[in-house]
Design a protein around this ligand. Sequence first.
Ligand code: PHE
Length: 366
Amino acid sequence: MTELDSQKQAALAAIAGATSLEALEEQRLAALGKKGWVSLALKTLGQMSPDERSAAAPAIQAARTEIAEAIEAKKAALEAAELEAQLVRETIDLTLPAPAAPRGSVHPVSQVMDELAEIFADLGFAVATGPEIEDDWHNFTALNMDETHPARAMHDTFYFPDRTPEGREILLRTHTSPVQIRSMIAQSAPIRIIAPGRVYRSDSDATHTPMFHQVEGLVVDRDIHLGHLKWTLETFFKAFFEREDITLRLRPSYFPFTEPSVEVDVGYSVEGNRRVVGGHGDAPGHAWMELGGSGMVNPRVLEFAGLDPKEWQGFAFGLGIDRIAMLKYGMNDLRAFFDGDPRWLRHYGFSPFDQPTLSAGVGARA
Ligand code: PHE
């Protein structure tokens, strides 16, 4: 065996025995690298006579090819083995029980908004929306509260520093009543809508939060009178509180945008530490609770919205959603509504699967 042969055999054996890509690379450098023995053998060809060279060259070239091929083959084998090992390492055990995913719940406010939408839909009302960032024309002026109207001070309003291009002040709406104006302008009459949503006032104590929820109702048609308002609210409350003995009391009041205006009270009693709606407020053990404001749409408001008050009349109401939610579901702290405490939500929240929601919740409506 020539020296070249034995070097080649040794190299092929080392290549075959390499257990890693790194070890294989070492073998490649030892043979085919600049200072590898194959390269050195090739260099010796230069000093040979042409005859010697043609005798020696083929064996060296053949050795180079053989070693290069052996390295390529071994490399492919090592890489395949590495991939195989990786696949085995990363096998997923599909029989392991998956950890239970945390399940959210529907907030009582969202739940009640859905209930409102469903009940009023049965009475032929559509759901309307308007922006929470309003201008003072829609929030006040068109509702018959002009620049100097003291009622503007009734709401401690969050104003923005900027104005609209028309020069109107920008504010967080203080009630859902601007949706009345937007609906009348957008769709003219007749109208039958409710508008649930967030409203904002600079107010914060045990029974007031700076953000809360109202639902506005508006009906505009020919020959609408206060009897329609009373029947509508009574029918709604009966369906909402799920009892027939709901008694309403309409108490004279004042709002600039309704004339006449009435406060809507409902009879209730106290059972345990819970207020339960039902019964006549003047009956023994009962009292009246205010749930909202309402009245006949002031003719001036119809005019602001471009409707002829000789042709059209309407009634409007505004109810506190948080308040009726607390009453229906027996909660007594308004602030807990907006703390976002998961324990509270687990207790008072509703399963989206038991009772599919119409509106997908408060957030989806923004
Ligand atoms: N917008 C009034 C409020 O927030 C409620 C209301 C609505 C009164 C519609 C009358 C008619 O207090």
